[in-house]
Design a protein. Structure first.
Length: 342
């Protein structure tokens, strides 16, 4: 059966701050964007690594947290209705006879556009896998490293592993629909927001969530379906915890992934670009943010914002040479203001 293809003007790989600002800059020019990201939410490093950490070098913002910055960028780009494809990697890329690019994601989605933008930061974030015996037997069947559809876990017994924001956030989100949730963490302390930790402890106190300090030592089940996990507590006690699904949220590691195999000019896992356009050495493919490199490159978010603006103007001229580009100041250009809805 043929997979339905989605056509757009620009495909952005990476939904971090630089990718989100590229949506805004492209939108001012009348371009529509789809974004692909391996994470389950927008924000990249800002939301995964330091959502509450203050950033001090964003122009006009004396102080802003990573999450606040991402929230504002989403609001700023919202008039242009970007489409997000989360929890999947950009996998296969090929050029079509019409010179457009066809991108296939790790979940089999097919996207087509004349412009590909790599805004993947240091690379795709991929989950760190636990060192459990027979792990591969249960992966993709009853062990999930990301939540794609919440209703999959309705009425199920879940074991969630981890002590960061992702682990606690999913405990809080899935608790109302799951039959039972047990959180397993190697220590009592957490690396999550105070609010999430407080809500989690309240659920434990009310008996709505179980919490075991310890480590999983054995997976039990048949044909890839878990029946229970064996947990050794901090006191050395062995617990048999019944579960339908195991969700380990143990952090992320960074990898360029399939992008490294696309034939681009790489310099120590970074992509070299032309600073006049931020084009790579492959026509129609651009790179902005931490993933790109050039002489005098400064790795800052504000640098990525500049790169996004230049790239959008250059890629518009490349992909749509016969189309008039609307430029000017947002304060005075009525066509741009109409696109913004102001």
């Amino acid at each position: 059966m043929d997979v339905e293809k989605v056509e757009t003007d620009m495909i952005i790989i990476g939904a971090g701050p630089v990718g989100l600002f590229a949506v805004f800059e492209a939108g001012l020019l009348g371009l529509k964007c789809h974004l692909v990201d391996n994470l389950d939410r927008p924000g990249g490093q800002c939301t995964e690594l330091y959502p509450e950490k203050p950033i001090y070098d964003i122009p006009s913002r004396p102080k802003v947290t990573g999450q606040e910055l991402v929230d504002d960028l989403l609001k700023q780009s919202s008039p242009f209705k970007p489409v997000f494809h989360f929890c999947q990697q950009a996998e296969a890329l090929k050029q079509l006879p019409n010179n457009n690019w066809q991108l296939v994601t790790s979940r089999g989605e097919v996207l087509e556009a004349p412009i590909i933008v790599l805004a993947a930061g240091a690379g795709s974030f991929v989950p760190k896998k636990p060192n459990y015996p027979d792990l591969e037997v249960f992966e993709d069947k009853s062990i999930d490293y990301a939540v794609h559809k919440m209703n999959k876990y309705e009425g199920k017994e879940l074991v969630i592993v981890g002590g960061g924001d992702s682990a606690l956030d999913w405990v809080l989100s899935l608790q109302p629909m799951a039959k039972k949730i047990t959180l397993i963490h190697r220590r009592e302390g957490f690396r999550a927001t105070t609010d999430s930790e407080s809500k989690f402890k309240e659920l434990v106190a009310l008996g709505k969530v179980d919490f075991i300090i310890g480590n999983i030592t054995k997976l039990n089940g048949e044909d890839g379906q878990l029946g229970s996990v064996e947990v050794e507590s901090a006191e050395g006690e062995i617990h048999q915890v019944v579960c339908d699904y195991l969700l380990p949220f143990l952090g992320l590691k960074v990898s360029l992934g399939p992008i490294a195999e696309w034939g681009l000019n790489l310099d120590r896992k970074h992509i070299t670009v032309d600073t006049e356009t931020f084009a790579t050495d492959v026509e129609g493919i651009y790179a902005i943010g931490d993933v790109c490199t050039y002489p005098s490159k400064i790795k800052l978010i504000l640098t990525g914002f500049y790169e996004a603006a230049v790239m959008c103007h250059a890629s518009f001229k490349y992909a749509f040479p016969d189309r008039k580009m609307t430029t000017g100041y947002t304060t005075t250009n009525t066509a741009i203001q109409e696109r913004l809805g102001v």
